[in-house]
Design a protein around this ligand. Structure first.
Ligand SMILES: *Cc1c(COP(=O)(O)O)cnc(C)c1O
Length: 492
């Protein structure tokens, strides 16, 4: 958090006419050739007015900005539901190998055998880890995966000549679930959770009629609790001909331990950018592969990678030969660079390593839960999976959830997820992930206890937090509704 208070000028403000980098700019090297190929009417006549800056100042500028960015590499990031785990650098090394990084999706099949092999085997491994029969790697994010799966469900019922238009989900579900359902033209029915924070089987049974298409469920659910009735839940839905969908955005508690496919789910998605350590945040690319059981495989998006034998050699190619497919949901191969990182993560750990991740993620979350249960209120205080939900305690840790979250920033700790899931008022949702050490977690506990004490002795301080960051409380609504994306001198 060091450089947070340094005011960084814009490159435009730092510009000094005539300054430049050591290497010659590419436009000068290629300019003539390019200029000849592009019709004159498209060429710029006036100078573009880019800042001119020396290489040293340029590097300094971006390094300052990079230091100001809060990152998993630099700080603790216990963001529940989002699984902000450390991204091993071997993922980056392999993704930046020339043979991968410089591929073009239009290259010939002979040229891209290595990349196709990675995708094919990633699909097989995900199927094994999740207990599914097939995966599509196309969807670009979790929500996109949900939408793809619901399109598959639509085609499945259409082919069977059934008119089912209802998606049922619990009130603890992630907001993308009802949104994806609505986007696909389904009617959404939300059912209340039990006081234990799990699916209410009776309520679910009432909604299971000839009109139910899909029941969507996150397991472990968004309270971090494993749905103990999961076999019965899937059975109730299946008995009326409906499909079950597992929102597997975070498989961090399940890998190598239990499989959604074995629990009875027909379809699911995985967020590689949560479970499988590919970077996320800031709107960067992700991937939300969708897995299905064999009765739904014919509907998966095309193209799919197929493996063949040719001249005693394994051969991979794209195939569009799936007539009942829902079609493509993403251009080319999906987010290949992200999928590659996920494949490296799986391969470098192996199934035993993945199991170790899940077990440690569960251990870490329970360690924090036990350490914090005396200071905060934990509404569902029983062994959790990879995350848990707590709230401020009127006596021991008074103060608003938002104020506590903001105060953590002053200690260089990212705030946990707040006010989610919606079924716990003032929720603070904590997910340490497996990559955090005991020391980091102890420090987090100490800071939270300090904050709880402050809330009792000096409540004003909490309301003003954060005080040590570059910016304090922002008007988040204004920023979203009325973003200022233009450089206005003296305004920034
Ligand atoms: C993150 C998350 C999603 C959405 O994933 P995106 O990649 O952000 O679209 C869906 N469900 C759950 C439970 C999640 O945690």
């Amino acid at each position: 958090m060091k450089n947070l208070s340094v005011k960084e000028k814009l490159l435009f403000e730092k510009s000094v006419s005539g300054s430049g980098a050591f290497a010659e700019e590419p436009s000068k090297l290629n300019g003539d050739k390019l200029g000849k190929r592009i019709p004159a009417s498209y060429l710029r006549k006036e100078d573009i007015g880019l800042p001119e800056i020396s290489e040293r100042d340029l590097v300094q500028h971006y390094t300052h900005l990079a230091h100001r960015t809060f990152s998993v590499d630099a700080n603790f990031y216990p963001l529940g539901s989002c699984t902000m785990k450390y991204n091993p650098k071997i993922n980056e090394d392999i993704a930046s190998m020339e043979g991968f990084a410089c591929l073009h999706p239009h290259q010939s099949t002979e040229d891209i055998q290595g990349a196709l092999k990675v995708l094919y085997h990633l699909e097989r491994k995900l199927s094994f880890i999740c207990g599914m029969d097939h995966f599509s790697l196309q969807p670009a994010a979790g929500a996109h995966g949900e939408q793809t799966a619901l399109m598959i469900a639509k085609h499945y019922f259409q082919k069977r000549g059934e008119k089912r238009n209802k998606i049922v989900l619990p009130d603890s579900s992630h907001g993308t679930n009802p949104a994806s359902a609505a986007l696909c033209g389904f009617d959404v029915v939300t059912i209340a959770s039990t006081k234990d924070g799990e699916v209410d089987l009776e309520m679910l049974a009432k909604e299971c009629d000839e009109n139910i298409a899909v029941f969507m469920l996150t397991n472990p659910n968004t309270l971090g609790l494993f749905e103990r009735q999961i076999l019965k839940i899937c059975d109730v839905v299946h008995r009326t001909g409906g499909l079950t969908y597992c929102d597997g955005a975070n498989l961090n508690a399940l890998m190598g331990i239990s499989r959604p496919g074995d629990m009875g789910f027909d379809m699911m998605h995985v967020n590689t950018h949560k479970t499988l350590s590919t970077p996320h945040g800031g709107g960067g690319p992700g991937a939300g592969p969708v897995g299905v059981k064999s009765h739904l495989a014919e509907f998966l998006p095309v193209p799919r990678v197929v493996q063949e034998w040719e001249k005693h050699q394994t051969w991979y190619r794209w195939s569009f030969d799936f007539p009942n497919s829902i079609g493509s949901v993403k251009t080319f191969w999906g987010n290949f660079g992200i999928l590659l990182r996920a494949a490296v993560y799986i391969d470098s750990l192996g199934l035993k390593g993945l199991q170790n991740c899940s077990e440690t993620a569960i251990l870490n979350a329970n360690y924090l839960r036990k350490k914090l249960e005396d200071t905060f209120t934990i509404p569902h205080n029983r062994p959790c999976m990879h995350e848990f939900v707590m709230t401020p305690d009127k006596e021991k840790s008074p103060g608003k959830t938002m104020d506590i979250a903001k105060r953590l920033l002053d200690f260089g700790i990212h705030a946990p997820t707040v006010y989610f899931p919606l079924i716990v008022k003032d929720a603070i949702m904590i997910e340490p992930t497996e990559t955090e050490s005991k020391q980091t977690m102890d420090e987090f506990v100490d800071r939270l206890k300090d904050i709880a004490k402050e809330a009792r002795t000096n409540p004003e301080l909490l309301e003003q937090a954060p005080t040590k960051t570059y910016r304090s409380r922002m008007d988040e609504v204004q920023a979203a509704r009325n973003p200022v994306l233009q450089w206005i001198p003296n305004r920034i």
